[in-house]
Design a binder for this molecule. Structure first.
Ligand code: SAJ
Length: 420
């Protein structure tokens, strides 16, 4: 029997790496995306995101003939939906991209197919997606429904299989991480397991769709709460004139203590977002998870306060801000606390000059582009007379130097503890 064919919906941070890895493990994969420029680039072997190893794997997948990108969805044995899931003002999920994905594939469905939602979503989202798809295609049936039993060839199988890869290590973690396979029915779980087993060497953990949705949110909320603890400690330690990095290092020598690292705040489209889905789903119960979000969200403002304190008596300060990405060695600026802090500094310090260094991008993001006194510069071009040097992201290039080398007389605000 030949391997099932798979059509990805969404070739972003998750869809593209997963699609090419699947193709390189023998699956026949089509990647559908609405962004025609990206589709063209991908088909030329050019990556649209910075992810170590992705370009090589993309070229291999294209050369094998088992992968191509398209702007037109096609019929396949399985669909994997990997589109963004932003939240509304009340932190409930904004389904618009999931619903458009359903609209895109509805006309090409024939039945006897699996539809997997990979996008991180609150409990019941897979079910809502299935309801919508079946409204669009009333001639098809959900597995387990009376209509499906009477029309086996017209059945759709639904599952939630959340992605868990760490940006920056995606190509490795896609293959090695354990995977949660949350089928809306046992047959959906079986079909989804077959697909993920083609490239995933980790354990495939079978459950239902709702538990799978919650498990993903739980993992990221656990991390958010732990980072909030570290961020709160950093503020407490600063107020007591204690080095927080040494403090955490010492505490972590205890066999049952493992505190994460403080930083300028929590960014990215996962940890800064997903806990809110739990809060919105269970607002009364989710006390600690909500507070952790608030603690982490408040950290950029605290860093801004430190920067403003440092320039209080300087007329026309020169400030260097190192890093804009949401974490080290990636180019992803989504929900980045470094961008938020840089914008706040640019707004508050209109009388100075601000050099921003972000080695992984080549132009300032929209949030900073309109400020005349803000320039994107190379690390080597930081003015030697810089008054305040702020390290916002622990990129490799910054770790390889010292504050003294960069700006000998500057006040240093190292939000990541790199130059201790
Ligand atoms: N951060 C800290 N201190 C730390 C660790 C992280 O301040 O000790 C900050 C980072 O600088 C960044 C943010 O937290 O701003 C998030 O970074 P991250 O490396 O913790 O996580 P992500 O968002 O890159 O990836 C997470 C991962 N989830 C977990 O580790 C539980 C990843 O496995 C998920 O697949 C991903 O979210 C996702 O897509 O949900």
């Amino acid at each position: 029997m030949s391997a099932p064919s798979v059509c990805f919906v969404g070739l972003g941070y998750i869809g593209l790496p997963t699609a090419v890895v699947m193709a390189n493990h023998g699956m026949q994969v089509i990647g559908f995306d609405i962004n025609a420029d990206n589709v063209e680039k991908i088909n030329r072997g050019e990556v649209t995101i910075l992810e170590p190893g992705l370009e090589t794997e993309l070229r291999k997948a294209l050369d094998s003939g088992r992968f191509r990108a398209t702007t037109t969805p096609v019929s396949a044995d399985a669909y994997i939906i990997a589109v963004p899931t932003p939240f509304n003002d009340d932190h409930s999920v904004d389904m618009k991209f999931i619903l458009s994905a359903a609209e895109a594939i509805a006309p090409v469905l024939d039945g006897d197919q699996l539809v997997v939602l990979e996008s991180t979503s609150p409990p019941l989202t897979t079910r809502r997606m299935a309801d919508y798809l079946l409204e669009l295609r009333p001639d098809l049936f959900r597995d387990g429904s009376p209509g499906a039993n009477e029309n086996p060839g017209k059945t759709l199988y639904f599952a939630h299989c959340p992605e868990r890869i760490l940006p920056g290590k995606a190509m490795e973690e896609l293959r090695s991480n354990d995977r949660i396979i949350g089928g809306a029915s046992p047959e959906a779980t079986r079909r989804a397991s077959e697909i993920y087993a083609s490239f995933c060497h980790g354990e495939l953990l079978a459950t239902d769709d709702r538990t799978a949705e919650m498990a993903k949110l739980t993992e990221n909320s656990f991390r958010d709460v732990n980072i909030a603890f570290a961020n709160e400690l950093s503020r407490i330690a600063a107020s007591l004139d204690i080095d927080v990095w040494e403090l955490i290092d010492l505490a972590n020598h205890h066999p049952r203590v493992n505190i994460l690292q403080p930083g300028p705040g929590v960014g990215g489209h996962c940890i800064a977002v997903d806990p809110w889905f739990i809060v919105a789903s269970a607002p009364t119960e989710a006390q600690l998870i909500r507070t952790a979000r608030e603690v982490n969200n408040a950290k950029p403002q605290w860093v801004l306060g430190k920067i403003l304190d440092a320039i209080e008596h300087i007329d026309n300060p020169t400030i260097a801000l190192l890093g804009l990405a949401f974490k080290a060695d990636i180019d992803d600026l989504r929900e980045s606390p470094a961008v938020e802090i840089s914008k706040a500094v640019a707004t508050a310090v209109s009388h100075g000059s601000i050099a921003v260094v972000e080695p992984n991008i080549n132009k300032l993001p929209p949030q900073l582009a309109s400020f005349d006194h803000v320039a994107l510069v190379e690390l080597s071009a930081i003015p030697a007379h810089t008054d305040v040097l702020v390290l916002l992201v622990d990129h490799e290039q910054f770790r390889a130097t010292t504050a003294k080398q960069l700006a000998p007389n500057a006040v240093v605000i190292d939000t990541r503890g790199v130059w201790r």
